[in-house]
Design a protein around this ligand. Structure first.
Ligand code: AMP
Ligand code: GLY
Length: 443
């Protein structure tokens, strides 16, 4: 087996740090590049790496995720064996198609398949065609017609912008008036621009949310351990939504039987349906689920790894990630067994003061060197930038302090021990990641 693979990861968040770190631990990978990367995605090779340390070197490449020509030229000139795409925007814009047209190996769904995330109306119509369990809905472009639908719906609704909105385009409504206001904002005021030119209105569901991600080669689906994200900014799920303030896996309320049900009723029929409709789905399929009284219901599909779910799922992956990607591309996932550590993993996101609204950047980050004393701890960088040996904040979600432990409470204890070592002015984080499943109760 060739051990000299060169990999390019596209993106700049904590998810991409986790992807680069995982690939740099592969016995088959010699070098990892991240475009554009962040302050944490550069390190030297470490042939004697132990425990959670990466072995292969990693280096940033100053190319934006939408600079397809630059990325293609880089992949060609640096003999990249595999490109792995982190965020949805380049996927929805067709980066996979562009690389494939140039004869380069890239892991992720095509532009057509990425519509499962890129257009909520496409996804809902697909769910209906394939009879996947999901809330009743309607799709509208006209404000008056949409208002009449809400008036006659007879149940609480959720209003969703059709296009990509970085997770901000969903308004959960308590009343008909609130729904009409959301419709006005999206269809008339265009607060989400063209992404809100069309909306999905769907029945409001209640229950616990969970993310089930799966590897797919277009035919075979292999689910990963279920993960739970914490989207709100404050403890107790208060305040505005964020990109995600922490996560953990596995989720004690999702047993193997439930994962099998999700695979049978959602993931496999979705991948079969995409293949049957001429858009084979290759890469990671992310199912955002609500666990309701009538079973798991699909809230959304994403066409990529979740952030911060990736930061807790990948540290538990025992099987070589590079080989899994290769099997997805060659359609041989059915011949692979994917193994996971039987431990738990938790991550706590450190956010800038003011996030998710406006926040300062350039704040000095201190204390990371103290984390080196804690085994089973990994600090994934997100909104950071490096100047020499100093690290500064450069985004809203600054880093994800991640730990593996024998069980969830051990992982959480270790992650919070790491959090206490890091400091920057106004640093904010949630103290209740793991919620009810934390030893001694939440908060
Ligand atoms: P989505 O981007 O579609 O996952 O929606 C973002 C968030 O909105 C989800 O994580 C849920 O918290 C909430 N949400 C979406 N759809 C529904 C629904 N049908 N009922 C209740 N909450 C929902
Ligand atoms: N953590 C939610 C997402 O990545 O969409």
């Amino acid at each position: 087996m060739n051990k000299n693979k060169r990999v390019l990861v596209i993106g700049s968040g904590g998810r991409e740090h986790a992807l680069a770190w995982t690939l740099a631990r592969s016995p088959r990978v010699e070098r990892v590049y991240v475009a554009p990367g962040n302050g944490g995605t550069e390190w030297a090779a470490n042939p004697g790496a132990q425990g959670l340390q990466p072995r292969a070197a990693c280096e940033n490449v100053p190319l934006a995720v939408d600079d397809f020509a630059g990325l293609l030229a880089f992949a060609r000139h640096f003999y990249i064996d595999l490109t792995v795409v982190g965020p949805e925007i380049p996927l929805a814009a067709g980066i996979v198609d562009a690389f494939q047209a140039a004869g380069l190996a890239i892991w992720g769904p095509s532009q057509a398949a990425a519509q499962l995330e890129g257009s909520k109306s496409f996804a809902k119509d697909f769910m209906r065609r394939q009879e996947l369990p999901t809330a009743d809905y309607g799709v509208f472009e006209d404000y008056e017609t949409a208002c009449r639908f809400v008036e006659n719906f007879g149940a609480a609704v959720v209003v969703k912008a059709d296009g990509l909105t970085a997770g901000k385009g969903v308004i959960v409504c308590d009343s008909v008036d609130e729904a009409k206001k959301a419709l006005h904002q999206m269809l008339i005021e265009r607060i989400f621009g063209d992404a809100g030119r069309r909306v999905v209105i769907e029945a409001r569901l209640s229950g616990c949310e969970v993310s089930v991600l799966a590897f797919s080669d277009g035919k075979t689906v292999i689910p990963m351990p279920a993960a739970r994200d914490h989207k709100r900014i404050y403890d107790g799920d208060a305040g505005p939504n964020t990109g995600g303030m922490g996560a953990y896996t596995p989720t004690p309320d999702v047993d193997p039987a439930l994962i099998a049900e999700v695979q049978r009723t959602i993931l496999q029929p979705a991948v079969d349906g995409m293949a049957a409709e001429g858009m084979p789905y290759i890469g990671v399929l992310y199912a955002g689920l609500m666990l309701t009284e009538i079973g798991p219901q699909l809230l959304e599909f994403n066409c990529r790894f979740g952030d911060p779910e990736t930061q807790v799922i990948l540290p538990l992956l025992e099987t070589d990630f590079y080989t899994i990607c290769e099997a997805c591309l060659s359609g041989t996932l059915d011949q692979m067994a994917v193994h996971w550590r039987s431990e738990a993993c938790a991550t706590v996101v450190l956010a800038s003061p003011g996030y998710p609204r406006s926040y300062p950047t350039g704040l000095a980050i201190r204390g990371l060197e103290c984390c080196a004393d804690l085994t089973d701890l990994i600090v994934f960088s997100a909104g950071t930038t490096r100047q020499g040996s100093d690290l500064f904040t450069a985004g809203g979600r600054v880093m994800a302090v991640t730990a593996v432990g024998a069980d969830l409470s051990a992982a959480l204890r270790q992650a919070y021990a790491g959090v206490e070592k890091v400091v920057f002015d106004g640093m904010h984080y949630r103290r209740d990641i793991g919620g009810d499943f934390r030893a001694g109760g939440a908060n």
